[in-house]
Design a protein around this ligand. Structure first.
Ligand code: SF4
Ligand code: SF4
Length: 199
């Protein structure tokens, strides 16, 4: 953890942290910093803040540290941390809410993760199911990793494991409507959390 000058933490910073917690449905006071979330996280080795530290900085109101961290962008949303927490703190949802807040603040500490997110949602929305070859192509072009997966793709094409045909599943419109509803619900949760922070 970095040393934090608590006298420099503003009310707005505290409110922003509370708003993130509210969006995730978490009461930050529930966390007593036992570290079980960090101990179970499969991606902790690659993180700049441990999951426990993300919660601690939010408790302290250190919003800038949290919004600039790579951790929420590396988080795979596997829910191990939330399921291990003895206090039922849903850290996984906190990571998601931090990531969205970070994006709204104009931060993209791991741009590839942001590009992949957007492309994955667009891909499933358009085709009703993830179409990996189109997802990989769109991601590689937009992230600038043009040649990534070329070796594997060639082998997979030869063995018929992937093809160029579009998936043609039924119910595409319903899947698109579901995604739209989920995105709208996210926006509503954020608006409610903001209102709570302003009250
Ligand atoms: S497991 Fe729960 S209580 Fe323990 S540090 Fe993580 S969030 Fe806090
Ligand atoms: S949800 Fe994220 S923070 Fe939690 S254990 Fe999985 S990767 Fe780690």
């Amino acid at each position: 953890m970095h040393a934090i000058d608590l006298s420099a933490i503003s009310d707005d910073s505290l409110k922003a942290c509370e708003s993130i917690a509210a969006e995730a449905g978490v009461d930050l006071k529930d966390c007593y910093q036992c570290g079980k979330c960090t101990a179970g996280c499969p991606l902790a080795d690659g993180m700049d803040l441990m999951p426990r530290e993300v919660i601690r900085y939010l408790q302290l109101g250190a919003i800038d540290v949290v919004l600039e961290a790579k951790t929420p962008w590396i988080c795979a949303q596997c829910v191990v941390c939330s399921s291990r927490c003895p206090q039922n703190v849903d850290i996984c949802s906190v990571m998601r809410a931090v990531r969205q807040a970070s994006k709204r603040a104009g931060n993209r500490p791991v741009p590839e993760a942001d590009i992949f997110d957007d492309e994955f949602i667009a891909n499933v929305r358009a085709q009703g199911v993830s179409n990996e070859q189109y997802l990989a192509a769109a991601y590689n072009i937009k992230s600038g990793h043009f040649m990534q997966d070329m070796g594997n793709a060639t082998r997979m094409l030869k063995r018929g494991m992937v093809g160029v045909a579009m998936h043609n599943i039924e119910g595409r419109a319903e899947v698109a409507a579901l995604i739209d509803r989920a995105l709208a619900a996210d926006a509503e949760r954020h608006a409610d959390a903001q209102k709570g922070g302003e009250a």
